[in-house]
Design a protein around this ligand. Structure first.
Ligand SMILES: [Zn+2]
Ligand SMILES: [Zn+2]
Length: 358
C-alpha cells in the first residue's frame, strides 16, 4: 500500500468513527437532540420567504389529484390552486390533503383572503376546515370568506358547526391576543354564475358556468390582473361556455381524465369482483374532459399555455404520465404542461412571459 493510499484509508476510518460517534450521541443525548431539531426548524423558517404575488399574477398548484387512485406514492393532494395577484391571495378549491401541501409549499397562509369553490364534490372541499385553522393560527386578520354557487351557505354552515367547538378551544387555550375569536369561522359569499364576483385593486375574478352534471352550477373561474389572465376549469366536460370565457387567456388550467386508464382500472375492478367501484369509475367518463379534448379547447380559446390538473386517475409513475399525453401532441404540439403538486407559474405584469417553476 502506498503512503497516499494509507492516509486515505486512515481518513476514511476516522470519518466513519466520527460519524458513528455523533450518531450514538445524537440518539442518546436529549441536549444534542434539542439543539439539532431547533436548528433544523430555524433553517426551514429562514428558507421560507413570501415572494408570492406582487407585480404578477401567479399560480401555485397545491393539489392536482381527483379522488380516483388516492394519494399514491407521490402523496398527491386533491384539487387546490393558489392564485396570487398584487397582495391578494385566493385558494380555488381545497381538496383532501391540500392544507398540508399548502403549508409544506410555504404558502403565506396568514394572508389568505378567501377560498373560491368551483363546486361541492368532496375532492374540492374536504380540507376547508384545515385551511381555516392553518390561516387563523398564522394571523389571518378577518374571518375566512368562502365564495361559491348556491349551496355554499350549507357547506360553510356545516364546517362551522363541525369546527365550532375547536374554535372555542383554541381561543380558550391560547388567548384572544393570538387566535382571536373575531377571526374564527368561515363566511359564505354566495355568487352568481356568469358574472364578475370580485373587482378590486386591479384584480377581476369572473365565475363561468361549466358542465359537470348532475352538479349545478359547476363553475370555472377567470382571473384578470393588469393585462395577465388565468382560467381554472373546475370539473367539466369540454365546454363551449368555458372556451368562450377563456378567449386569449395566458394560462388555461384544465382538468383531465384519461379514458384508456379509467377503462383499464374499471375492468380490473370488475374482474376483482369490486363491481361498485368499477361502476363509479365507468360513470366518471361522461362528466370530465380527456387530455386531447382539453388541448382542443385550449386551441379553440387561443390560450398560450394549457396546464393539466385534477388527474383522473392520479398518475403514479412515469408510464402513467405518458398515458396522459397520448394523442395530445397531434392536436397541440407546444404549450402544454402537466402540473404536479408544487408547480408554480408566474405571469409578470407589463410582459407576455410565462415563467414556470416545476
Ligand atoms: Zn373533482
Ligand atoms: Zn366534481
Amino acid at each position: 500500500m502506498s503512503k497516499l493510499s494509507r492516509y486515505i484509508a486512515i481518513a476514511i476510518v476516522a470519518i466513519i468513527l466520527l460519524a458513528s460517534g455523533f450518531f450514538i450521541v445524537l440518539m442518546n443525548s436529549a441536549t444534542v437532540q434539542d439543539r439539532v431539531v431547533g436548528r433544523a426548524i430555524s433553517s426551514q423558517l429562514a428558507a421560507a420567504q413570501d415572494d408570492f404575488g406582487g407585480d404578477k399574477l401567479e399560480i401555485v398548484f397545491c393539489g392536482v389529484a381527483s379522488p380516483m387512485g388516492g394519494a399514491g406514492a407521490r402523496g398527491t393532494a386533491q384539487s387546490c390552486i393558489a392564485v396570487f395577484a398584487g397582495d391578494r391571495f385566493f385558494l380555488v378549491d381545497t381538496g383532501a390533503r391540500s392544507a398540508d401541501k399548502a403549508v409544506a409549499l410555504g404558502l403565506p397562509m396568514g394572508r389568505l383572503d378567501a377560498v373560491m369553490l368551483t363546486h361541492f364534490h368532496s375532492d374540492h372541499i374536504a380540507a376547508l376546515g384545515e385551511m381555516h385553522l392553518n390561516s387563523w393560527v398564522r394571523g389571518r386578520a378577518q374571518k375566512l370568506d368562502v365564495y361559491g354557487g348556491p349551496g355554499v351557505a350549507r357547506v360553510v354552515d356545516g364546517f362551522n358547526m363541525a369546527y365550532g367547538l375547536d374554535y372555542t378551544y383554541r381561543t380558550g387555550h391560547h388567548g384572544e391576543d393570538f387566535v382571536p375569536s373575531k377571526n374564527a369561522g368561515l363566511v359564505a359569499r354566495p355568487i352568481k354564475a356568469d358574472s364578475v364576483i370580485y373587482d378590486r385593486d386591479g384584480l377581476k375574478v369572473s365565475a363561468i358556468t361549466v358542465s359537470h352534471p348532475p352538479i349545478e352550477p359547476a363553475l370555472a373561474f377567470r382571473f384578470d390582473y393588469k393585462g395577465r389572465s388565468l382560467l381554472i376549469s373546475g370539473d367539466t366536460v369540454k365546454d363551449d361556455n368555458l372556451i368562450a370565457a377563456a378567449k386569449n387567456v395566458d394560462v388555461l388550467a384544465h382538468e383531465v381524465l384519461q379514458p384508456d386508464m379509467v377503462n383499464a382500472v374499471a375492468g380490473a375492478l370488475d374482474t376483482a369482483g369490486l363491481a361498485t367501484l368499477g361502476k363509479i369509475l365507468h360513470d366518471t367518463l361522461d362528466y370530465h374532459t380527456t387530455p386531447v379534448q382539453a388541448a382542443e379547447a385550449a386551441n379553440e380559446a387561443g390560450a398560450d399555455l394549457l396546464v393539466f390538473y385534477h388527474y383522473a386517475p392520479v398518475p403514479q409513475n412515469r408510464v402513467m404520465d405518458r398515458m396522459f399525453m397520448r394523442g395530445v401532441a397531434d392536436v397541440r404540439d407546444t404549450g402544454v404542461l402537466a402540473a404536479r403538486d408544487g408547480t408554480r407559474i408566474a405571469l409578470p405584469v407589463n410582459s407576455t412571459s410565462i415563467k414556470i417553476f416545476d
